[in-house]
Design a protein around this ligand. Structure first.
Ligand code: C2E
Ligand code: MG
Ligand code: MG
Ligand code: MG
Length: 281
């Protein structure tokens, strides 16, 4: 019986593995062509200042609509792009597209202070990354001062020396830096002190159970105090409730981003939102 059961399990297991491998191969093949065939797009999610209530920024978030498989989440295709080396061309596409959009908003008089672009860990190993990014931004007719690059705390920690070098070069070129998903990595205060970042984004994991979770409340309070002491402003990610907003405002958090104030939207809907809002100057 056991032998039979085992064979059955192995059979099930291997067919699941086969399906996973097959989807992976299919996605990998289509991802190669996705950027060039209009399947990729950027959605934008607003960031709001807690003091003024105005929109200060828009984070670009990539979307992939596969012709047969439908929408594939960045949680699935970004890691795949990293593993296959496709991330480089996909990021180049995102930088060009976000910069082009920034110029459109500038010309319409509705450009928010900064447009953020996410850079993944795999790319932070590339020595010439900063000059590539700056060239793409300028080539699209945008100003580096309009753009912010988001680097996760974990990515920055993976390559401390290279990472700091790239960030410094970007800042010298006019681009600002945000440390993304902060609190999930293990950066030391000594390391944080060296980062030329302007903004620190508190990971959604610490925001989710506010204000009731006493430990998360202390962690968030401490991150805000630390960031301010190091000369950075703080944005809380994933704010979904008024109670979370009230807590963050009371604690002196500078900005918030989350479904409460705006979900990621396609560019045209974002333009409408910007046209109807008071922009921070
Ligand atoms: P991230 O950069 O930390 O982006 C924030 C994620 O939280 C986004 O998920 C956003 O839709 C989601 N979010 C925003 N507000 C809320 C909220 O109130 N509640 C909840 N539950 N979620 C919220 P998304 O768009 O699925 O992206 C996931 C991750 O994929 C991003 O995390 C980022 O690491 C990566 N990603 C997205 N676009 C790009 C890109 O263009 N390039 C690279 N390299 N990575 C990207
Ligand atoms: Mg981000
Ligand atoms: Mg994040
Ligand atoms: Mg994240």
């Amino acid at each position: 019986y056991y032998a039979k059961q085992n064979r059955l399990n192995i059979h099930c297991f291997s067919s699941v593995m086969e399906a996973v491998a097959q989807r992976r191969m299919q996605l990998e093949d289509s991802l190669r062509l996705a950027a060039g065939s209009g399947q990729l797009s950027l959605h934008y999610q607003s960031q709001h200042s807690l003091a003024e209530g105005t929109i200060t920024g828009m984070e670009s978030l990539m979307r992939w609509h596969h012709p047969e498989l439908g929408n594939i989440s960045p949680g699935e295709f970004i890691p795949l792009a990293e593993e296959t080396g496709l991330i480089r061309s996909i990021t180049a596409w995102a930088i060009t597209e976000a910069s082009r959009q920034a110029l459109v908003w500038e010309e319409a008089g509705i450009r928010p202070e900064r447009i953020s672009i996410n850079i993944s860990a795999a790319e932070l190993m590339q020595q010439n990354l900063a000059s590539e990014i700056l060239t793409l931004i300028r080539g699209s007719g945008a100003k580096p001062e309009w753009i912010e690059i988001e680097i996760t705390e974990t990515a920055a920690m993976n390559q401390p020396e290279t990472g700091i070098g790239i960030m410094r070069e970007l800042v010298e070129g006019g681009v600002s830096i945000a440390i993304d998903d902060f609190g999930t990595g293990y950066s030391s205060l000594a390391y944080l002190k060296q980062l030329p970042a302007d903004h620190l984004k508190i990971d959604i994991a610490f925001i989710r159970n506010l204000p009731d979770d006493a430990e998360d409340a202390v962690i968030v309070r401490t991150i805000i105090a630390m960031a301010h002491a190091l000369g950075m402003t703080v944005v809380a990610e994933g704010v979904e409730t008024q109670a979370q907003l009230d807590f963050l405002r009371q604690e002196g958090c500078d900005g918030i981003q989350g479904y409460l104030l705006g979900k990621p939207l396609p560019a045209d809907e974002t333009s409408t939102m910007l046209a109807n809002s008071n922009l921070a100057v």
